[in-house]
Design a protein around this ligand. Structure first.
Ligand SMILES: *Cc1c(COP(=O)(O)O)cnc(C)c1O
Length: 300
């Protein structure tokens, strides 16, 4: 992979420096960290001689978009089990599903109730009876192969940072980052959803203790946003020319800048933010915001 650019962020203080790693630039439509999470899964699927990838996601899922695209690029058939049977006749109205379909992904729409049982043996057994053999990638893409891919986000050149900050969904990305930091560095994770279960998820994969979760910036829960966050994202774009995604990276960046203001970080700290991508979700989010007569995300 080509070298991913890093960019300095404008701040009202010069006692601290904050930079952002532009993993969102890895691909214009497919999210940065989802690409990394798929890399070793695709190699494993090939090694197992599988021809089909099967995975799960919601209507605006970055992981669905990434799997559809990466699968096509690598010559796999892809199947997406999609949460919400009401979406079946509305694929073209949904930018994420439309993109995935154009990449050749085949969908199975399931009710929210069935979707909750997707990782249970009974649900998978039924799928296996109906479909040809497939390589299963969990929702959000997190497994040991995904974590290995995310261990490649940081490189030796990043040893001068004191803090590395990233957003958390299922915990795969942060686990990879945790495994690749040096003893003098600390990882701060910003969950994009409410709940305390993430620590255990991360402990399944992480091999050191230099990390902490900051639970104060989920903005009410997964994919919830408010006018303040939208205004922050639009202003951040004006000042830095960096588009953030509303579900993950915006909440993390908002949190870090708020913590800088509150003097959370020691003077002279060097902080690296990981932009994990997710920009494909903006079109869909703007459709929802327009429906609700709320201000939209404007990165022009
Ligand atoms: C999926 C995703 C995350 C969360 O990654 P996990 O490995 O699930 O914690 C963060 N940012 C973006 C943009 C994502 O799409």
């Amino acid at each position: 992979m080509q070298k991913v650019p890093t960019q300095e962020i404008q701040l009202n203080t010069n006692k601290i420096s904050v930079s952002i790693r532009r993993e969102d630039l890895i691909h214009p439509f497919v999210s940065g960290n989802k690409f990394r999470k798929l890399k070793y899964n695709l190699l494993q699927a090939k090694a197992e001689n599988q021809h089909t990838l099967l995975t799960f996601g919601g209507a605006y899922s970055n992981h669905i978009a990434a799997t559809a695209f990466a699968g096509k690029e690598s010559g796999f058939k892809t199947i997406g089990i999609i949460r919400g049977d009401e979406l079946e006749n509305r694929i073209t109205e949904n930018p994420t599903l439309k993109f995935a379909q154009e990449c050749g992904m085949q969908f199975e729409f399931v009710t929210r109730e069935d979707y909750r049982h997707k990782h249970e043996p009974g649900f998978l057994k039924k799928l296996k009876q109906r479909l040809d053999s497939f390589y299963l990638i969990p929702e959000g893409g997190t497994n040991e192969f995904a974590v290995r891919g995310c261990e490649e986000i940081l490189t030796e050149a990043d040893s001068n940072y004191d803090f590395v900050c990233c957003s958390i969904g299922t915990g795969g990305t942060i686990s990879g980052i945790i495994n690749s930091i040096l003893p003098h560095q600390k990882v701060l994770g910003f969950p994009a959803l409410k709940g305390d279960f993430l620590k255990d998820e991360i402990r399944n994969f992480a091999r050191n203790e230099n990390w902490e979760l900051i639970n104060d910036y989920h903005f009410g829960g997964y994919a919830k946003i408010n006018p303040e966050l939208i205004a922050f994202m639009n202003q951040f774009y004006i000042e830095n020319k960096v588009p953030l995604d509303p579900v993950y990276t915006a909440k993390m960046v908002y949190g870090v800048i708020d913590l800088v203001k509150k003097n959370y970080f020691p003077e002279n700290s060097k902080i690296l933010l990981i932009h994990t991508g997710g920009l494909q979700g903006i079109t869909g989010m703007n459709l929802k915001l327009k429906d609700k007569n709320l201000p939209i995300l404007d990165f022009q």
